[in-house]
Design a protein. Structure first.
Length: 113
C-alpha cells in the first residue's frame, strides 16, 4: 500500500512485461507491450473511509474492476474490465484489497483484482 500512498498515477506491468491498457470503448481492458499509450495510465484514488482500499481510474473516467467471467477457460483468474464510477464513497465488500498478490490483466488475476 505504501507504493500507492504518494502515487497519483500508475502503469500496471505484468511479469510478462505487458502493460494493462484501457480500451477506447470504455469497457475493455487489454495487455500491450508498450506502456506509453494514454490508456496505460491509471489514476490512483485512495478510499478515505476504507483504509487499505484503492481504486484505479482509467483515462476514460471508469474504474478497473474484476468480473465474474473467467480470464481463460479452466483457469482460476477472472477477466478485468472498466466499470462505471462507484455511486458511494466506500467500496462494496467484494472490493479490492491491496497486497493480495493478484495482478489485474494477468493470467493469475484474482476475483479481488
Amino acid at each position: 500500500m505504501e507504493l500507492f500512498k504518494s502515487a497519483k498515477a500508475v502503469r500496471l506491468r505484468s511479469h510478462h512485461n505487458k502493460y494493462l491498457v484501457a480500451e477506447e470503448d470504455e469497457e475493455s481492458v487489454r495487455q500491450d507491450r508498450s506502456g506509453s499509450s494514454r490508456g496505460a495510465r491509471w489514476t490512483v484514488e485512495l478510499v478515505d473511509r476504507s483504509p487499505g482500499h484503492l481504486r484505479l481510474k482509467s483515462c476514460y473516467g471508469r474504474y478497473l474492476s474484476a468480473s465474474g467471467e473467467p480470464f481463460l477457460l479452466g483457469m482460476t483468474g477472472r477477466r478485468v474490465l472498466q466499470a462505471v464510477p462507484p455511486a458511494r464513497t466506500t467500496l462494496p465488500s467484494s472490493g479490492s484489497r491491496c497486497g493480495t498478490g493478484s495482478r489485474p490483466g494477468s493470467r493469475r488475476a484474482a476475483a479481488t483484482s
